[in-house]
Design a protein around this ligand. Structure first.
Ligand code: TMP
Length: 218
């Protein structure tokens, strides 16, 4: 294992981005790559990742739940997250594994905050309670324009994907704001280009970040 790859052990990464960003494809590629490097990797997804979390996911993504308010939605995401952090993420980090999350708090900031209108202050203090201060060392945001994202989506849209173009435009703006406000632990990658180029860029970003990211309170 090369020295920089070794430094990924015990780190916590979150893969983020609007629906249709290609994040999940990059995540599967990255997991395969990390395992070939000999890293112990634990993969989690949000919402979900635990038995109770998957039930919360079903509630959140069910297109029939049209009357969920943004605050109720936010609390359900946080509830799933609390279960995931305590039962899976914390123990994995303590064992020295690399934890890779398909979405985390940045999603709540972009979707329920910037796009959904829940004040950022409320989201952050709820996140503090839900995570007990366990934050990703780095959140990698796969950035795509609306048209590219729409072309990558499965035509059977879930409840969040059905929220319409204006909502998803604000989600993207939310991610841009986060990357500007928190350059130390949020990074944007242009995900409109081909898959191989995005993956190369991802490895470059990780390589340059491992030397400088500080280990957070997990
Ligand atoms: P996925 O399609 O990437 O699995 O994500 C599920 C959906 O949930 C996606 O539309 C983003 C949304 N979401 C939020 O709105 N807030 C959150 O905190 C999380 C984790 C996901």
């Amino acid at each position: 294992m090369s020295p920089w790859t070794q430094q990924l052990a015990g780190r916590f990464l979150a893969f983020e981005g609007p629906d249709g960003s290609g994040k999940s494809t990059q995540l599967s590629r990255f997991l395969a790559w990390a395992r070939v490097q000999g890293l112990a990797v634990v993969e989690v997804r949000e919402p979900g990742g635990t038995a109770v979390g998957e039930r919360i996911r079903d509630l959140l993504l069910d297109p029939e739940n049209t009357d969920l308010t943004a605050r109720a939605e936010m609390l359900l995401y946080m509830s799933s997250r609390a279960q995931l952090v305590e039962t899976i993420i914390q123990p994995a980090l303590q064992s020295g594994a690399l934890v890779v999350a398909d979405r985390f708090v940045a999603s709540t900031c972009a979707y329920q905050g910037t796009a959904g209108g829940v004040p950022m202050h409320d989201i952050l203090r709820t996140a503090e309670v839900a995570t007990g201060g366990c934050w990703p060392d780095l959140s990698i945001i796969f950035d795509v324009d609306e048209r590219t994202a729409a072309g990558r989506l499965n035509p059977l849209l879930d409840r969040m994907e059905q929220k319409g173009a204006a909502f998803h435009r604000r989600v993207r703006e939310g991610y841009h704001l986060l990357a500007q406000q928190r350059p130390d632990d949020m990074v944007l990658i242009d995900a409109t280009v081909d898959e191989d180029t995005v993956f190369e860029r991802l490895l470059e970003v990780l390589q340059s970040s491992v030397g400088v990211t500080k280990t957070t309170s997990h």
